[in-house]
Design a protein around this ligand. Structure first.
Ligand SMILES: [Zn+2]
Ligand SMILES: [Zn+2]
Length: 459
């Protein structure tokens, strides 16, 4: 399909020869009969990443003549109006199409980036051909998607049910321990699993990234072929769904992350993590809080005193490696500040904080309201806008922190103290700069303090 324009210009060697002072002057260009001085200039101005398709600073009309109506032929010219910028002139559909051509290590005219201009032109010709010949078909492609009835969703549900039922029939190891306060992680985990609120029904948008497919692929939304040389479509990096770029906008928010694709626990998006593990909250939050409530509520300076950072790092690695099987019991980490530190590290390291960036200023503004009741009302309003997984995590955490304050006599942690600790952990401004951080510190503390104090009415 591709007709490469055979270079009718001479190679660089002979062009250099002409530059000898003895050469008679001027010459006429072999390819177009123009003055050779402009030809020499072309060769001198040729960027090293262009080959013989580069024709220097020739006019749009002249490029048109050179392409001589050969479908698929192309050349590169330097813009006469903006020297230093380049245009790809390509014959398609009996006309010359002109595209501004860029290079940054790869060649591109739009979003797709190519190793060579040849690949770019090949892909452009495939795309132009399909879009011209099948425009009507493409327009209708998405009107009757297979997605709903063929049941990507139900397929996944089956997978999920299968996984869960398999989990239930696995024999449970029973441990007999004299000290009732120390339960094994396995027993704790099963208790966590059997709670009725367990089934997770949060919506999650797919995490589509442009993808180059090797070999033929068909869209899992509209069932049609994904054409093109590279970047033929997008793939969800959480669940692996492959669709056309235009179809990706129509896919519902029903991403069910695949555990094999979610490599980490820490630094993983909160909703993605709970969907992948099918829990209502991140298991780090549940497990750390249960551990702290088991043996740390009276610990002086709980959440304020920091544990050894190497040990906290160990806990992080354990969660990333073992997920809900991570052993964070007293035998592994005797110092409860390590567990408290790991929980804070987890919350602080979320790519989207528990109070997401887009709601940050809403919370800060709410905290600035002088009237006590209106202020609580505004915080409540803002809470209702949180994504479900974030809301659920915050609700659970605030109920726990409230219980922490009930032991204030021993642990010396008031709601205000906890506000100082958790303010910047739970909410960070969308654009980090020292001044905003400093200005908002008071409000961050106040938001958390108020949420702890009024946990029962706010959630
Ligand atoms: Zn997905
Ligand atoms: Zn499609």
């Amino acid at each position: 399909m591709v007709n490469r324009l055979e270079g009718r210009d001479e190679d660089e060697g002979s062009a250099l020869g002409v530059r000898s002072p003895l050469s008679p002057w001027p010459f006429m260009c072999y390819c177009c009969g123009q003055c050779f001085s402009s030809y020499v200039f072309q060769m001198e101005s040729r960027p090293k990443y262009y080959g013989r398709e580069f024709h220097g600073m020739i006019s749009r009309e002249h490029a048109d003549e050179l392409l001589a109506g050969v479908e698929g032929a192309y050349l590169i010219r330097e813009s006469q109006r903006q020297p230093g910028t380049h245009t790809l002139a390509l014959r398609f559909g009996h006309q010359t199409l002109n595209y501004r051509l860029f290079y940054d290590g790869k060649h591109f005219v739009g979003e797709k980036r190519f190793e060579s201009v040849h690949d770019l032109v090949t892909d452009a010709l495939i795309t132009l051909y399909i879009e011209t010949k099948a425009a009507e078909y493409i327009a209708k492609m998405t009107t009757n998607p297979i997605y709903e009835h063929l049941g990507y969703t139900s397929l996944l549900k089956d997978k999920m049910v299968h996984r869960l039922s398999r989990g239930r029939t696995e024999p449970r190891r029973v441990t007999f321990q004299k000290d009732e306060r120390i339960t094994s992680p396995l027993v704790r985990r099963s208790a966590l699993k059997d709670t009725p609120e367990k089934q997770c029904s949060y919506e999650k948008i797919h995490n589509f990234k442009v993808h180059t497919f090797r070999g033929p692929h068909w869209c899992e939304y509209c069932a049609n072929f994904m054409w093109g040389l590279i970047a033929q479509g997008v793939r969800c990096s959480d669940c692996g769904l492959n669709v056309h770029k235009q179809c990706s906008k129509l896919v519902p928010s029903d991403c069910q992350p695949d555990l094999r694709r979610i490599k980490k626990v820490f630094s993983c998006d909160l909703t993605t993590l709970v969907k992948a593990h099918n829990t209502t909250r991140p298991m780090v939050v549940d497990m750390c809080i249960q551990e702290i409530e088991l043996r740390g509520m009276k610990s002086e300076g709980l959440y304020r005193v920091s544990g050894f950072s190497e040990h906290i790092e160990d806990v992080r690695l354990a969660f990333d490696r073992d997920g809900e099987k991570a052993d964070i019991g007293a035998a592994a980490y005797a110092d409860i500040n390590i567990i408290a530190g790991a929980l804070k590290l987890y919350l602080r390291g979320l790519p989207i904080p528990v109070i997401p960036f887009d709601l940050y200023s809403k919370f800060v503004q709410a905290a600035k309201i002088p009237n006590v009741e209106s202020r609580l009302e505004a915080i409540h309003e803002s809470l209702l806008q949180l994504p479900p997984a974030h809301y659920e995590t915050l609700r659970y955490l605030m109920a726990h922190l409230k219980r922490v304050t009930m032991f204030e006599k021993d642990n010396l942690m008031s709601a205000e103290n906890l506000g100082i600790v958790f303010g910047p952990t739970l909410m960070q401004p969308p654009e980090q700069n020292a001044l905003t951080t400093l200005n908002d510190m008071r409000q961050q503390k106040l938001v958390v303090q108020l949420m702890i104090e009024n946990e029962d009415v706010l959630f």
